[in-house]
Write a protein that binds this ligand. Sequence first.
Ligand SMILES: NC(=O)c1ccc[n+]([C@@H]2O[C@H](COP(=O)([O-])OP(=O)(O)OC[C@H]3O[C@@H](n4cnc5c(N)ncnc54)[C@H](OP(=O)(O)O)[C@@H]3O)[C@@H](O)[C@H]2O)c1
Length: 296
Amino acid sequence: METVSVGSDLVVTRLGYGAMQLTGRGVWGEFPDREAAIAVLRGVVASGITFIDTADAYGPHTNETLIHDALHPYPENLVIATKGGFIRGGPGPGHYGAVGSHEYLRQCAHLSARRLGVERIDLFYLHTPSATDTPFEAQVETLAELRAEGLIRHIGLSNVSATQFQQARSIVEIAAVTAHYNVSGRTGADLLAAAEAAGAVFSPWHPTSVTDPGQNATRFADVLDPICAKYGISLPQLAIAWLLHRSPAMLPIPGTTSLAHLEGNIRAADISLTADEVNTITHLVPEDPKVVQAGR
Ligand SMILES: NC(=O)c1ccc[n+]([C@@H]2O[C@H](COP(=O)([O-])OP(=O)(O)OC[C@H]3O[C@@H](n4cnc5c(N)ncnc54)[C@H](OP(=O)(O)O)[C@@H]3O)[C@@H](O)[C@H]2O)c1
């Protein structure tokens, strides 16, 4: 599989794995079938993928603990990215809050490291810039402090605007960003451009989606179905293949609870689309940078 660099020293496969789906309903609590979840995580590593995305908010905590239980001691080349800054008051999207205070973000990083069983977190994202208790720059300074202390190897930002990305870069090196960006929704478009220019990795979340947020109906079937038919692939596979063609900075993290889908997503990384196909999909929706999605 092709690789991409996170910072100057970590090389990971361009196709990662997002572990969030391995939680209970509403990203709350334990995934109901623990053995199946462990099998998927072990399948991820066995397939050669070397980048896993998680967060303390997934569960909360259960996702990081599951990754530890399934994979620790970790293969040397495995990079686990986690995130801190969100708080959860219950299941589902309606109970997310954010805290950005110095001690809270420090606690997040220390406890994620403890749950994951690592001395240093390879990539630690500020999960959201939406906390109002602390200025954004001060939150970035806390992450810079953790990096200087050696608890964090690289710093990432999740769901930030391009302006916030540049503000953060004036404080400390930012190795990666993650935002909502896929075939049907491009809220992270300006951030992608900024990440490309800065040499940072861009990890699009919800990468397999070809629907409007909250909808089930596939958009653009008339355009996408013939391309799928030509390569004998599914829509999620095409969505992943397009992202990988869209930018060399791209590090998609499709999430699945199914070993069969995992295998399909890995095969998608080998599909060579034509330049026309890539352009057609790129221009299906405007890349409006104005709205930054709240995230999960
Ligand atoms: N930073 C943030 O704020 C934020 C927000 C959301 C997500 N994330 C991260 O991004 C990762 C991915 O996002 P996501 O899980 O929301 O979206 P996603 O990966 O685009 O979609 C996951 C869904 O797609 C299905 N799927 C995956 N591969 C498939 C395939 N080949 N064929 C058919 N269905 C397939 C999965 O069902 P099956 O289980 O049946 O395969 C699952 O329901 C998460 O795991 C998380 O780590 C970050």
